[in-house]
Design a protein around this ligand. Structure first.
Ligand SMILES: NC(=O)C1=CN([C@@H]2O[C@H](COP(=O)(O)OP(=O)(O)OC[C@H]3O[C@@H](n4cnc5c(N)ncnc54)[C@H](OP(=O)(O)O)[C@@H]3O)[C@@H](O)[C@H]2O)[C@H](O)CC1
Ligand SMILES: [K+]
Length: 237
């Protein structure tokens, strides 16, 4: 043990530093930090872009020849879905064959930042857009991205999300979860009636307390920074 760490005051300081930088946070703290960062001018739209970009970097690092892959991206109507929409644009840029399955209708997309990304994809013939609740596809996906539910989950999984989660679990391919496997409560680590079982999960900014409890569902697990000013944590962490 380093000399300084033997001195109680320094040992406490070192432990504090480790705790701050490695700590797991609550979902409520994450929402507070997001909102404070947004109010500082680092808009949620920018957070979503960085979240999607960081997710694609991890996926491309893992999967060889991404340009030859059929990628099916399930997106919900909230910002977890928005991250999935950003991933679709980035993966198209890598030359992958990307299909987005919006689990609802575009009018029901909940947020400005998700709508913004949907409107960009509508101008991109390189990405196939599907809406509604049909789960019949004219291809077998090599990769499925679960952008259905994130920190906004509450209660038993409702349709059409439930059928999508069952489809994902029945399909034999590589599965990537945006922020958290859909159906896993990122605060408690408990699962709803159903939950996706994935090969990789990328969560954002800091690890949420419930996620590391279920490595059986997350697969490889990463927490990626998305550019939120550290000052956005002041008074929260
Ligand atoms: N952490 C960050 O810095 C960032 C995180 N991002 C991503 O945002 C999501 C959280 O987005 P939010 O819109 O708050 O919530 P979700 O997308 O997870 O889900 C909300 C929608 O899901 C519906 N819902 C909730 N529970 C169920 C259920 N059991 N069955 C069916 N549908 C459900 C809910 O519908 P309501 O009618 O209940 O409102 C919403 O439609 C986070 O996970 C990250 O991925 C930001 O993109 C970037 C910054
Ligand atoms: K998800």
């Amino acid at each position: 043990m380093p000399i300084l760490a033997r001195i109680p005051i320094f040992k406490a300081l070192i432990l504090d530093i480790i705790f701050i930088y490695c700590m797991e946070i609550t979902v409520d703290q994450m929402y507070q930090i997001e909102n404070k960062g947004h109010d500082m001018g680092f808009l949620k739209k920018f957070m979503m872009e960085n979240a999607g970009a960081a997710s694609v970097r991890r996926l491309v690092e893992k999967i060889e020849n991404i340009e030859s892959k059929n990628i099916l991206i399930f997106v919900g109507l909230g910002n977890n879905g928005g991250d999935g929409l950003v991933m679709a644009r980035h993966l198209a840029g890598y030359g992958a064959k990307v299909t987005v399955m919006l689990l609802g209708t575009p009018e029901k997309i909940k947020t400005e930042e998700s709508n913004w990304n949907w409107s960009i994809l509508k101008k991109m013939p390189s990405v196939k857009l599907m809406i509604g609740d049909s789960l019949s596809f004219d291809f077998k996906p090599d990769i499925i991205v679960d952008g259905i539910l994130g920190t906004g989950i509450s209660g038993e999984i409702r349709e059409p999300y439930a059928s999508a989660i069952n489809y994902i679990n029945k399909t034999d391919c590589y599965k990537f979860a945006v922020d958290v496997p859909s159906g896993l409560d990122p605060q408690t680590g408990e699962t709803a009636n159903i939950c996706t079982k994935c090969n990789m999960t990328v969560t954002f900014h800091k690890m949420k307390q419930g996620i590391p409890k279920r490595k059986d569902l997350t697969g490889e697990l990463y927490a990626e920074k998305i550019g939120i000013p550290p000052e956005a944590e002041e008074g929260i962490l």
